[in-house]
Design a protein around this ligand. Sequence first.
Ligand code: UT7
Length: 327
Amino acid sequence: MKTRARIIGTGSYVPEKILTNADLEKFVDTSDEWIRTRTGICQRHIAAEDEQTSDLASKAAQAALDMAGVTAEEIDLLIVGTITGDCPWPATACLVQEKIGAKNAWAYDISAACSGFVYSLDAATRQIEAGAIQKALVIGAEILTRFIDWTDRNTCVLFGDAAGAVVLEAQETESGVLSTHLHSDGSYYELLYQPGFGSVHPPSEEGLKNRVPYLSMQGNEVFKVAVRSLYNVAVECLEANNMSVADLDLFIPHQANIRILDAAAKRLGLSEEQTYINVERLGNTSAATIPVALDEANRAGRIKEGDLLMFDAFGGGFTWGAALVRW
Ligand code: UT7
């Protein structure tokens, strides 16, 4: 039997504070009706002032470790998928390592925007399959609400803060991560990115005036490529495993917009029961959407041993990818 990466624990953390569409109406030219019908989002959670991305990540990680019955010291590899780390560097994963006491792990971040969790899952899975490690913590964590321009109605209504995590263990099994399929295309980078403060626009007063530190997106262009890419990579993933949509027990897509999810699910021929959706409660939490949704579904008893799951992500870069998992 092959050595596979098995998910043996899931965890998530969502900050307490809720910002509703009605709250947004008070300071941006928008409406609850527009946000609901164009995005499906009703509310999003916002991190407290003294909460950092590493705090959200650590809480999600600890919950996953507790479920797995694994101590932090047993973790060999810790990866955080994030584009909103505590600092540009060092890696937020190193801060999480310190906070949870994973002192035997090596730790790094993966910057793949909303595909960050699937990219990180792929990296950890490969290490396990190669026999290099026994246990990994894979986390998707974001505080995107600190990097959006709250005067820009095109973007500020979409995002929220959260973290989700899984513990992976090397097992000789038919279950676990069956395959991962990743893609990127840098020709689209300016459709969804944060112009500053990197080497192009280093920190400066002028940059602040021009709002370069904030997320910039051409939503309708992103929308079209997102639907197409989510569909294509889901098909690629199923075909690689000689499976069909009917075999899937739970499809967990990146939660960006209900219309994107509906369009991709419809093209794939997925039923409502097969698709997990929570975008109405959490908004788009980037790399956190998939592990948070997975943890919610798991704790709600929606996943049983032997179930077939697919994760399907799309984000800035552009990056996109899918993973097929036997529970
Ligand atoms: O997470 C990874 C990737 N991200 C995504 O997948 C996001 C992809 N894009 C989307 O979800 C959608 O494109 C949006 C939700 C961002 C926008 O929806 P849309 O249907 O594509 O709208 P639009 O950008 O074409 O704008 C339509 C109109 C515009 O008004 P005009 O120019 O037609 O007069 C916008 O100014 O809606 C206006 N608008 C708003 N109106 C009220 C844009 N944002 C808002 C708003 N409230 N918050």
